[in-house]
Design a protein around this ligand. Structure first.
Ligand code: C2E
Ligand code: MG
Ligand code: MG
Length: 577
């Protein structure tokens, strides 16, 4: 570009030489030195040569040189003064730029001159103004969707609050998308971006003209629903959003399924500070997430109490293993063809002296978030493997021990080493260990998941996919995974006999699994009808309350013993016959 304009880096040669000279720090001093040397040195040299070579008296020579010196000095001073003023546009532009960079204040540079210096000033003023708008936009708006970002949302919320003299009600609504991470990982970021843009459009069409919509972070949007007279209006909007966003979105010729959770806090009932209103809406949104997909939840003081309880649980969870407050129960898995116990699932229990019995559904997510699951999970694995080996050593029938692996554990680089170490320490053969992995865990990083699963599988460990059907079930990845067993989630089994959709899903999962040469186990069978339906449709195994609730190691040993005695008796009868 510079070359095209007839300027090149070599043109900076004189400038860079002068820059190295001491006392010539400013641009102006360099120009002035050149002007001085260029105009006055040749003139003075000529004059001195002329005076010396002329036949003047010494007195005359001194006088002529003195007058000439004086004249050039005055001339130099006037020239330098004029140059100083002529260079003002450059200095002014420089100062304006500095001032903008330091204070982000736009300069008032003159724009009515048309030569290079004038254009430099006006272009600088224009460029800075443009730049300022862009910086403002980047700082306040989300690049992908063009919506206000978190910073601007805070500002707007503050404005709404400060202008709200007559205490008019409004709602702060936080919207979180469920599958963004999975979509990015499985279908690519392009599809994820398209989906986000489409979500932004859908949200824009759901809200009123005076409502404010913003994107808070990757998968969270927020709305200020202004001028509401009752919370019903917030409910209507939340339902409208769920209805709109839970429909599949067409992104890059791919139908993307989404899920959404919404948290709502209402002014003035909930809080009157910006950060609290938004914080409460986020808290309500987290609560909505716990209730399942496509749910909304209002903030209420009970949520605060829950938060407090959670913090207490978190505090005590740290020492739960050390204090021997945790133990395992085992739930039998029964083969539907032979009726025999072929395995058990190890289920973690926490009997806290302070909180009483805490459900794993409550403390496992906390352990995951805090990273405590890594040490707890290792303890579960070691205890379960040791238990299985001790049943074997007691001469009981050999069964498989299924252990749940949480996503945090699965992401740890050394899961395979830990598994190998535990098997070695407990002297359990890897065929008697099964690891249960959930779908959502795999989809987060498919390639890494496949690598880890391959390593575990190569060690001889059985792998099962837990809660199948509840996550972002992409059938395309299913055949790439080295899994052996699909565990149908209990939500489908529960409704099996009343909901024909669920019955169809269960049937489809069984035939899908068999086509992929996988076994199927159903969780949550509680009635005879469910049991018979599963048996009729070729389900291989069940694990449920119908057979047995999770029980202690001793109780399970008893069950195994009874079973083996029964088999022995039958065998003996057969021999006698
Ligand atoms: P999961 O792995 O899907 O475990 C099955 C859950 O379903 C267990 O609940 C079990 O008691 C329950 N269940 C089995 N049959 C029936 C039935 O017929 N009806 C009903 N209503 N429920 C049934 P639990 O023990 O409360 O565990 C809940 C979840 O906590 C587990 O779901 C698993 O995700 C997690 N979890 C439990 N132990 C561990 C563990 O050691 N590590 C990890 N990472 N997660 C664990
Ligand atoms: Mg499980
Ligand atoms: Mg399950």
């Amino acid at each position: 570009m510079l070359k095209l304009l007839g300027i090149s880096q070599t043109n900076l040669y004189l400038y860079s030489v002068l820059s190295r000279l001491p006392y010539l720090n400013s641009y102006k001093s360099k120009i002035m030195l050149v002007a001085f040397l260029g105009t006055h040195v040749p003139l003075l040299s000529l004059l001195i040569y002329f005076v010396i070579s002329a036949s003047f008296t010494t007195d005359m020579k001194v006088r002529v040189i003195a007058i000439a010196l004086l004249a050039t000095l005055i001339g130099t001073a006037l020239t330098l003064y004029a140059l100083h003023n002529l260079l003002a546009p450059v200095s002014l532009t420089f100062l304006a730029m500095r001032h903008y960079l330091n204070n982000r204040e736009l300069p008032h540079l003159p724009t009515n001159f048309t030569d290079e210096a004038g254009i430099l000033m006006s272009d600088t003023a224009y460029t800075l103004k443009k730049l300022d708008t862009i910086i403002e936009h980047i700082a306040s708006y989300d690049e992908l969707t063009g919506l206000p970002n978190r910073v601007l949302f805070h500002d707007r919320l503050q404005q709404v609050l400060s202008k709200n003299q007559n205490n008019q009600g409004f709602a702060v609504i936080c919207v979180s998308l469920g599958y963004l991470k999975s979509i990015n990982n499985s279908l690519g970021y392009e599809v994820g971006d398209l989906m986000l843009r489409s979500v932004a459009q859908k949200l824009t069409s759901c809200i009123g003209e005076r409502d404010i919509l913003a994107r808070l972070d990757a998968n969270k949007f927020a709305i200020i629903q202004t001028n509401i007279d009752s919370v019903d209006e917030a409910v209507i909007l939340a339902e409208k959003i769920i209805e709109s966003l839970s429909k599949p979105i067409l992104a890059s010729n791919t139908e993307v399924i989404n899920s959404v959770n919404i948290g709502i806090s209402v002014y003035p009932s909930d809080r009157t500070e910006v950060s609290k209103l938004l914080g409460n809406a986020v808290m309500a949104m987290d609560r909505a997430k716990q209730q399942g997909q496509n749910k909304y939840q209002f903030y209420c003081s009970e949520l605060n109490a829950n938060l407090q309880e959670r913090l207490n649980l978190e505090k005590d969870l740290h020492n739960a293993i050390k204090n021997k407050e945790m133990f395992l129960q085992y739930q039998p898995q029964v083969c539907l063809y032979s009726g025999k116990i072929i395995g058990v699932e190890a289920l973690l229990r926490w009997q806290s002296p302070i909180h009483g019995f805490v459900s794993p559904a409550k403390f496992i997510p906390i352990a995951e978030e805090t990273g405590l699951i890594i040490s707890i999970g290792e303890w579960v694995l070691r205890t379960a493997c040791a238990q299985n080996r001790s049943w074997q050593l007691a001469g009981l029938p050999r069964i498989k021990m299924a252990v749940n692996i949480s996503s945090r554990q699965f992401q740890e680089q050394n899961l395979t080493e830990i598994a190998a170490q535990v098997l070695q320490e407990t002297d359990l053969s890897s065929n008697y260990l099964e690891l249960e992995i959930t779908e959502s865990l795999i989809i987060e990083n498919i390639q890494q998941a496949i690598n880890t699963m391959n390593q575990l599988h190569d060690m001889g460990i059985t792998l099962s996919l837990d809660d199948f059907g509840t996550g972002y079930s992409s059938l395309s990845y299913l055949k790439r995974l080295p899994i052996d067993i699909l565990k149908i989630d209990q939500s489908f089994v529960r409704e099996l006999t009343v909901d024909s959709d669920d019955a169809a899903i269960v049937k489809a999962i069984i035939s899908l699994a068999h086509n992929l040469q996988l076994s199927v186990i159903a969780e949550g069978v509680e009635t005879q009808t469910q049991f018979e339906y599963l048996q009729r449709n070729g389900c291989d195994e069940i694990q449920d309350y119908y057979i047995s609730r999770p029980i202690s190691a001793e109780a399970l040993a008893k069950l195994l013993k009874q079973e083996s005695e029964l088999t022995c008796n039958i065998d003996n009868l057969a021999i006698a016959a």
